[in-house]
Design a protein around this ligand. Structure first.
Ligand SMILES: C[S@@+](CC[C@H](N)C(=O)[O-])C[C@H]1O[C@@H](n2cnc3c(N)ncnc32)[C@H](O)[C@@H]1O
Length: 251
């Protein structure tokens, strides 16, 4: 079973934090992360009721720490974009679809929930691998923070034991850096770079790459790099990787 972390980004009201802790425990989740939270006092404790242990063990972290220590990060939002030209908030998946995407994974999955007044910023959503939205009525699509936590926890409860070892965050970040460098090499226009990298993150983020798959993509990129700029002193056609594309991946 993937390890699920519920991450509340700058929650404003301690009551919501208490209710979130309670509904987490209702569905068997205990790992609550708080980023720059409001003061957590008596009201949160009262709302958490018998989940005061979840509240007490909540960890305060920075968003960077959350990204560094997760295998995948899912951003939840009720504010979507429906245009493929704006990949920040699409494609998006329902909680049920998210369950199918992560059910076999072995790793830490952090699920981000935004502030009560303005949710998650575009930058926060852009950094996430996958976007999740809870289907709601267009008459009033935005759900209360702790209710949104409840819906997601209900859907992700009792996942089977995960068996697919995900690439680590460092491995994925290294791959994104490599792709970015490759785009430099092929003169990819700078003004398109941010949205292209977001698209790539969206595609690879939902592919659940293993470290082996990550390393194969590195190998392919290296092969293309040699095509554009053979390392100095190397005959490009004599480089081992040109005749054996799996050269770098052999165990
Ligand atoms: C009260 S909402 C934030 C409202 C904010 N005005 C906005 O438009 O994003 C607090 C958080 O609950 C979650 N949330 C609310 N409605 C949601 C929905 N329909 N699907 C997924 N998450 C939702 C998101 O994490 C959101 O950042």
């Amino acid at each position: 079973m993937p390890h699920i972390r519920i991450v509340l980004v700058e929650p404003l009201y301690e009551g919501n934090v208490g209710f979130a802790a309670r509904v987490m425990k209702n569905f068997g989740f205990t790992d609550l992360i708080l980023i720059n939270p409001c003061t957590i006092g008596n009201e949160a404790k009262i709302r958490a009721s018998h989940a005061d242990d979840v509240l007490e063990h909540a960890t305060v972290m920075t968003l960077d720490e959350v990204f560094r220590t997760s295998h995948r990060v899912i951003a939840t939002t009720g504010s979507l974009s429906y245009s493929a030209c704006h990949p920040t908030r699409m494609p998006f998946y329902s909680p049920k679809e998210i369950r199918d995407l992560i059910r076999d994974l072995d790793g830490t999955i952090s699920i981000l929930f935004g502030r009560e007044n303005w949710g998650l910023s575009n930058e926060e959503v852009r950094r996430a691998d996958i976007i999740c939205t809870i289907p709601t009525s267009p008459l009033y699509p935005i759900i209360n923070l702790s209710h949104a936590v409840g819906v997601i926890c209900y859907e992700l409860a009792n996942l089977p034991k995960g068996v697919i070892p995900l690439a680590t965050v460092d491995e994925m970040n290294h791959l994104y850096e490599h792709i970015d460098q490759y785009l430099d090499l092929v003169d990819h226009p700078g003004f398109k770079r941010e949205s292209t990298m977001t698209l790539i993150r969206r595609v690879l983020g939902r592919c659940n790459l293993t470290w082996r798959e990550c390393s194969t993509i590195h190998g392919l990129l290296r092969r293309s790099e040699w095509h554009f700029a053979p390392p100095q002193g190397e005959e490009s056609s004599s480089h081992p990787d040109r005749t054996d594309p799996d050269h770098n991946d052999k165990q």
